[in-house]
Design a protein around this ligand. Structure first.
Ligand SMILES: Nc1ncnc2c1ncn2[C@@H]1O[C@H](COP(=O)(O)OP(=O)(O)OP(=O)(O)O)[C@@H](O)[C@H]1O
Length: 315
């Protein structure tokens, strides 16, 4: 399979803030890769560095077969970028917005491109509606149509469905999968776990470092996290009590159940031991991606590098 992205040792600072640290990443063509991580961890900056919108302080490699430092103009021409905020014109119709984008980018066959984009994204019937009158889900579809009008090979989506309802999110993701099936490589940042699960691969970024990479299953397996699911009365209070016990990394209520996770099986079993008898019921379950991300965030080995007293990875 051809690599769409193969970049090593990527670094970026803003003033004295080191926001992307030694990121090395390879992505095969046609894959959907999700970037997850807390607010401010460096997801947007990494996306922008990869497509040449920002200049890295260091790093080397290729994006779409081009040198990502010296040939960024060529990369940008073949990249679609959808920013966090809807950035089209509210007082223009859907088709006027798309025609405008086609004109700004000097695209050929403008009418044909706009028609194809409208048809592909199910926007044809609404082409004369003002963009400002669209619901959040339709606005995101329009933004996606605009970002793909020039038929890019690489698509960067920065939290594309923030605030969009679940049905519209699902349809948006169906479209992303269709684009990927046609060969487009997609990098997407998100905070939604259901979206993470729809990505082929995931990268988890914390304090600018890419600390976990692989399929969802690979990341869960590599975490070695152990999770118990408990059901019974007064779950919220139980979750709170368990969260203070030694060896418990997280204990959270999900409806009528509590999810208790940790890395030390003996400590975890000791914590839940007082609640082992009926009416409580416990089963060991596979950790969710969310359980794993919470563990990664709280792991002292993943502290902000400047806060580390010594490098625990060496011990
Ligand atoms: N142009 C800039 N100048 C200075 N600091 C910046 C700039 N862009 C980003 N930062 C800082 O870099 C850090 C990483 O920001 P970035 O937007 O990449 O994070 P993120 O993971 O995408 O966050 P979010 O999930 O909130 O979108 C933050 O501390 C942010 O304030």
């Amino acid at each position: 399979m051809t690599r769409a992205i193969d970049v090593r040792g990527l670094n970026k600072s803003f003033g004295d803030k080191h926001v992307v640290r030694d990121v090395t990443i390879a992505v095969d063509e046609g894959r959907i890769t999700g970037f997850l991580g807390p607010n401010g961890s460096g997801k947007t900056t990494t996306l922008r560095l990869l497509c040449g919108l920002l200049t890295p302080d260091s790093g080397e490699g290729e994006v779409l077969g081009l040198n990502f430092r010296t040939e960024s103009a060529g990369i940008k021409r073949q990249t679609g970028y959808m920013t966090q905020r809807f950035s089209l014109y509210d007082d223009m119709t859907i088709s006027e917005n798309l025609t405008f984008v086609a004109r700004v980018y000097g695209l050929d066959d403008r009418a044909g491109r706009v028609d194809r984009a409208l048809a592909r994204l199910g926007l044809a019937d609404r082409r004369h509606q003002l963009a400002g009158a669209l619901s959040g889900g339709w606005k995101q579809r329009l933004a996606l149509a605009a970002a793909t009008l020039h038929e890019p090979r690489l698509l960067l989506l920065d939290e594309p469905t923030a605030g969009v309802d679940p049905k519209a999110r699902r349809e948006f993701w169906d479209e992303i999968h269709e684009l990927a099936a046609a060969g487009l490589t997609v990098l997407v940042s998100t905070h939604y776990m259901d979206e993470a699960e729809r990505c082929h691969d995931i990268g988890y970024i914390l304090h600018g470092e890419l600390i976990a990479r692989g399929t969802g299953r690979q990341i869960v397996d590599a975490s070695r996290l152990i999770t118990f699911n408990g059901e019974g009365p007064d779950i919220d209070r139980l979750a709170h009590k368990l969260s203070t016990q030694a060896g418990v990394i997280s204990a959270s209520a999900f409806g009528a159940a509590v999810h208790v996770s940790g890395l030390d099986r003996a400590a975890l079993e000791k914590a839940i031991q007082p609640y082992r008898q009926p009416p409580y019921r416990w089963t060991e379950v596979a950790p969710s991606l969310e359980d794993v991300f919470i563990q990664l965030m709280g792991d002292p080995r993943n502290e902000r590098p400047e806060d580390r007293t010594e490098d625990p990875r060496l011990s």
